[in-house]
Every structure is written in C-alpha cells, then in structure tokens.
Design a protein around this ligand. Structure first.
Ligand code: SF4
Length: 361
C-alpha cells in the first residue's frame, strides 16, 4: 500500500461462525441482517440467497417469536451462508436457535434473566461450538449505567459490555465477539478503543442505525474507516435503511478502499458535464449495481466524452468513452471498436464477461 501505513490489526482471539473465521488475523468479514419476517421462510430464504450472491459472508436473522425460531431449521437447510440468530431477552429462543443449528447467537446475557438461564444458554452453545456476540447499543443501555459514567456513552457501553462478558466468563465461556454501537461515529470509535484495553475478543464493528443508503454509507465509511485504520475490527456490518444487499455492497467498498479485501470492480466514472455525449449517470448506476457480483479484480472506466474518456479508459482494463451517437470501447489500452450508444452498455458487459470468464447477467 502506498503512503501512510495502516496500524497493525489488534490481536484478537479467533471465533468461528460456521466456516467463517473472525479475529486472529482472518480477513475482515462482511455481514448483514435480513429485514423479512423470519417466520416467512420463503421470503427470508430468498433474501439470504440474494445476500449470498453479493458475497455476504454471515447473515443475521431476527428471532423474536417461537414461530421465528421454528422456521430457522427450514431456513438453514436451504442456504449455505452461516446464520446468526438475533435474540433479545428470551433464553428459550436462544436454546431453540441452537437446537435449529444456527452458527452463532447475538444475545446479551445480562438481559435474559437469572444465572441459571445464562448457564443453560452458555452450555448449549459450548456443546455445539457456537459463539455468542454480545451487542451493546447506546440506545438500550442498562438503567443507571450512563449516569454512573457521567453521561459518557463510550465509557457506559464499555462497562455494560464488560458486565455481559463476565456473565459468560463465569460459565467458562470464551467463544465471544463484541460490538459497541452508537449512532455517533466518534463515540463508537472511543468505545472500541477503550474496550480494546480490556479484552482480546474479536470486534464486530458498525455504526448503528446509520441512516439511508446515502448518509448511512458515508457515516459508516467514516466510522468503520477510522476503526479499521486503527486495526480495530474483525467483522463489519453497515447498517442502512435500505435493501440489505446495499449493506454488503457498502461493506466491501469500505474494505477494498482500505486495502483490506481484494477482488471486485474498481469503477472510474466521470461526474459528467456539458460535454457528456451519453447518459453516464444512469449507465454508471446500472453498472455499479450488477458490478458487485463480479469477483475478479477489474478496473472499469465509464466516461462521458473524448476529453478524458480515451485516457482513463485506456488505463483501465476496460472502458467506454462516450461519443455523438457512437461510443468507443477500450480494453487493455486498445480500441476494440465503436458501438451505437444504445448497445454500448451490453457490449461493455459482454466484454467484461470475456475478460473475467464470469457470467454477469
Ligand atoms: S469525461 Fe468528458 S463528460 Fe465526463 S466530466 Fe470529463 S469532460 Fe465532462
């Protein structure tokens, strides 16, 4: 990597979610969460498969009812990505999740009742080698903990996390991941920095309820960018008020821009101006959406005219430079040909399929 060097990854113990390693130097993984009703097995499976096709490595589903817990078995049978059950308060749902074959639980042991219940959940998870993520959220801190920390959310989140961790450690359970999420970037960063001084469990990082695909992706990019740059993060979830596929796309963007994951499309597209000869904005948008299915490393330039178009396109693996009625297609620095603007998009896709050997559409 050129220029400034990233901080070394914080050494964290390894946790295994299905076939995905988290921590211990494993690649930072990308996860998301379904937004379907979990009982609706058909829609949930469809969404998980869609997420899988975009490279999502772990999928979390809300398990808030016995019916949701019952549909887990069916869901897990039909998908290959590891499934994590997200559970609040009810330890019976956690036990049902383990029974159904989930690869991980997200549950805060301090919220599920007495020690006996924590013991039961920890024992069930241990028997199946299922890790537990403790997920502390600034919006649902225990009563009094914020006042005790004089309104310091970061410190309060850390105290809360340590309390939950202790409950599991008391059961000799150490297969733990932790998240501390706030809607505020700097509070989240400080929380993880503080917690890193206390434990070596891997960190699941994210900015909670970050917003829409536009503001949320920016906020997450800034927050996760800082954390990852500091070496604090082992798995990420970009939380967006949108199709969860966008979370996966944003997640890979962040990791690739930091040089933490390889592969995929690097898209160079011009902002367009009065010289543009083709509809760059829509071509680039349409291309970007499908481009996230491409696994190979490839640089694609989508340029509006002959001013910068030929130069950028020639330096990319493949590119188009818009022209009046007809646009030029470049591959590996050479002109492949001139094509009608109506067909240039399809020609571009076909040529990328030829170069990568991947079927895109
Ligand atoms: S490539 Fe052409 S259309 Fe695009 S911004 Fe540059 S000058 Fe404008």
């Amino acid at each position: 990597m050129d220029g400034i060097k990233q901080t070394k990854r914080r050494p964290a113990r390894t946790v295994k979610v299905g076939n995905v390693l988290i921590g211990g130097g494993a690649p930072v993984s990308v996860q998301s969460m379904t937004n379907t009703i979990t009982e609706d097995t058909l829609s949930t499976v469809r969404q998980i498969k869609e997420l899988e096709s975009y490279g999502c490595e772990i999928v979390r589903v809300a398990v808030n009812t016995t019916y949701a817990a019952q549909s887990l078995k069916d869901i897990i049978k039909q998908v290959s990505v590891p499934i994590i059950a997200d559970i609040h308060f009810d330890h019976r749902l956690a036990l049902a999740g383990v029974e159904a074959g989930v690869s991980g639980l997200r549950i805060n042991p301090g919220n599920i009742g007495d020690k006996k219940k924590v013991k039961e959940v920890a024992a069930a998870c241990k028997a199946q080698a299922i890790p537990i993520r403790i997920g502390v959220n600034s919006g649902s801190l225990e009563k009094g903990i914020l006042d005790k920390n004089e309104g310091d959310f970061a410190a309060a989140m850390v105290e809360s996390a340590l309390k939950h961790i202790k409950l599991l450690e008391d059961e000799s359970f150490y297969d733990i991941k932790i998240s501390l999420k706030s809607t505020d970037v700097l509070t989240t960063v400080r929380g993880y920095e503080l917690l890193a001084g206390h434990v070596d469990y891997p960190f699941h990082i994210g900015i909670t309820e970050a917003g829409t695909v536009f503001s949320g992706a920016i906020k997450s990019g800034v927050g996760l960018g800082i954390l990852l740059y500091k070496g604090l993060g082992d798995t990420i979830r970009v939380s967006l008020s949108d199709d969860p596929v966008m979370e996966v796309i944003a997640g890979y963007h962040i990791l690739r821009d930091l040089g933490l994951r390889e592969g995929g499309v690097q898209l160079i597209s011009c902002p367009t101006c009065g010289r543009a000869e083709i509809d760059i904005v829509n071509i680039a948008k349409e291309f970007e959406r499908i481009s996230f299915k491409i696994k190979s490393s490839i640089k694609v330039a989508i340029m509006g005219c002959v001013v910068n178009g030929p130069g950028e396109s020639a330096h990319a693996d493949i590119g188009i430079a818009g022209g009046k009625g007809r646009s030029v297609l470049f591959a590996k620095g050479k002109i492949i040909g001139k094509f009608d603007n109506e067909e240039i998009f399809n020609v571009l896709i076909k040529e990328i399929e030829n170069i990568t050997g991947e079927k895109i559409l």
